[in-house]
Each structure stands twice: as structure tokens, then as C-alpha cells.
Design a protein around this ligand. Structure first.
Ligand SMILES: [Zn+2]
Length: 281
């Protein structure tokens, strides 16, 4: 059942659980995500980067088709839309949610450009995610982990000024692999949650952040956790074992990768209390 991301995140906020947003990059990973959603009767957000497929409208059409075949609520979100072209392509492709990432720009410019996207998407029933503060890269963690963190009062003002449906915040997570140990600023998160009222909050860079940190973040008031690296690594580890057997069954290649990816995703679905939260219309 295809729904908007706003429906899922508002439901998560109201009912106190977190939602995994796994990055997909092929039909197989999409199927893996939808299988986990069904096995755990969980609402799910499919995150798609615009660069992941040469024919994005076709790729999203395929996801929409599969999502419409399952009973659990599924949203399809354009992850890190950077340019005006990304936005238009996102709308044309049939995403039910679009992230407009202008987090590298100064505050006023971020507001201005995010507002334009909200103006385009809201009449079409497409949810909008923006980012304030900047979630950087794990391989530059010593710098990125402590700079450009979200300021609580600014976050509240940003939501008010832009009308976004949810906001990604920088509290010490980072994309990719961490060089060093992740330190999450929970005090800041608590202040952001308080300042942002009913608006759901998003955490990018879930991979490698650790169960304790992520579980605590969800309990503090994060509703969406983006995951990419860890799911791919888990799939890869299954493949490494698979190829260690010289008599491997060549027809099991894709199911082997999918198993690793799915098991890791299922781990987080359980951790975030997302299981059995699906609803029907
Ligand atoms: Zn991200």
C-alpha cells in the first residue's frame, strides 16, 4: 500500500516508534525491503538516491508497482535531492516523498530553496524532508562529527518558515563508515525534539552508530533512521562466505546477498519497535 512519508512518520511519532529507511539500488534490494516489511508487518520507507539508476522514472515505477502489491504501508523517498532537476525528476518519477538537501547552504538560502520545494510538492500530496545543520561523512568524522550540528531554536524556526513535513538533524552521526567512535549529542536531540513540537525528525548515517545510540535516539524522538552501508556490508559478508565454497550454487547468488541485507534490516525493525505497527486503510 503506497502512502506518503508524512503518514508513516506522523503515525510513528504518535505511537512512539522508529521507522527504518533503507537505501535500495536494484529490484532485488527493493524486494528485500518489502519482504522484511511484510514479514514484520511494519510500515516502511524506501530511500532512493537519484544517481542510483540511469532511468529513475522507470525504477520508481517498478517500486510503486511492487509497493502496491503489499498490504503494509510503504513510502518512497528521494534521498538527498540536491538540484532543481532532482526535484522535478522526483515529482515526475512518482516519489511519495522528496528530500531537499540544501544543508550545505547558509540558513536563509536553505529556507528559501526548501520553501520552493514545499510549494511544488504539497499540492501534489508529496511529503518533503529537509536538513538543517549538516550530517557529514564518517571518514572525516573528527571534523564532521562536531561541526554544523543542528541548533534547536533554528530548527523550530526553519519548520515554521518552510512548512516541511519532517526534518533531518545533525546530532553527531555521519554517512558511510565512522573513522573513530560515534558520539551522539543526546542533550541537543532532547532540546530539538522539544523545540520542534509535532514535526517528525530524521537521523541520517544510521550505519555503524550502534544499537544503544540508535535505540536511545528513537526513544528520545527520532522517527526515521536512514541505513545504507551496514545493509550492503551484511549482504557482502554473506557473499564472501558463499564464494568460499568452490562448489557454490550459481543460482543462489542474489538470494545470498538478499539474506544478509534482509537480516540486518530486520534487526533494526525489531530494535526500533517498528514491527506490527502497520495499519490498513
Ligand atoms: Zn543522508
Amino acid at each position: 500500500m503506497l502512502v506518503t512519508m508524512k503518514e508513516i512518520l506522523d503515525h510513528a511519532k504518535k505511537n512512539g516508534y522508529g521507522v527504518t529507511a533503507p537505501n535500495v539500488q536494484s529490484e532485488d534490494t527493493v524486494r528485500a525491503v518489502l519482504e522484511v516489511a511484510q514479514e514484520y508487518n511494519a510500515p516502511m520507507i524506501v530511500d532512493v538516491n537519484s544517481f542510483i539508476h540511469p532511468d529513475l522514472p522507470w525504477f520508481v515505477h517498478m517500486i510503486r508497482d511492487l509497493a502496491n502489491q503489499v498490504k503494509v504501508p510503504v513510502a518512497i523517498n528521494l534521498d538527498h535531492g540536491k538540484t532543481y532537476k532532482d526535484m522535478v525528476l522526483g515529482i515526475q518519477s512518482g516519489f511519495t516523498s522528496i528530500m531537499v538537501d540544501r544543508s550545505s547552504l547558509p540558513y536563509e538560502e536553505n529556507v528559501k530553496q526548501t520553501k520552493e520545494v514545499v510549494k511544488m510538492c504539497t499540492p501534489l500530496g508529496i511529503s518533503v524532508e529537509a536538513e538543517l545543520g549538516h550530517v557529514g561523512m564518517g571518514d572525516n568524522y573528527a571534523v564532521d562529527g562536531v561541526s554544523n550540528l543542528t541548533v534547536p531554536e533554528e530548527a523550530a524556526r526553519f519548520i515554521e518558515e518552510t512548512g516541511v513535513d519532517c526534518l533531518a538533524v545533525a546530532i553527531g552521526t555521519a554517512h558511510g563508515r565512522y573513522k573513530g567512535t560515534p558520539h551522539i549529542d543526546f542533550e541537543r536531540l532532547e532540546q530539538i525534539v522539544k523545540a520542534c513540537g509535532d514535526t517528525p525528525l530524521v537521523l541520517h548515517g544510521g550505519s555503524g552508530t550502534g544499537d544503544e545510540n540508535l535505540s536511545k535516539a528513537v526513544h528520545c524522538g527520532i522517527q526515521k533512521v536512514n541505513l545504507a552501508t551496514e545493509l550492503i556490508v551484511a549482504g557482502k559478508e554473506e557473499l564472501v562466505k558463499f564464494f568460499e565454497d568452490p562448489n557454490f550454487d550459481k543460482w543462489k547468488l542474489i538470494p545470498t546477498f538478499k539474506k544478509g541485507y534482509k537480516d540486518r534490516l530486520a534487526h533494526y525493525v525489531k530494535l526500533f519497535d517498528q514491527a506490527d505497527k502497520a495499519w490498513t486503510k
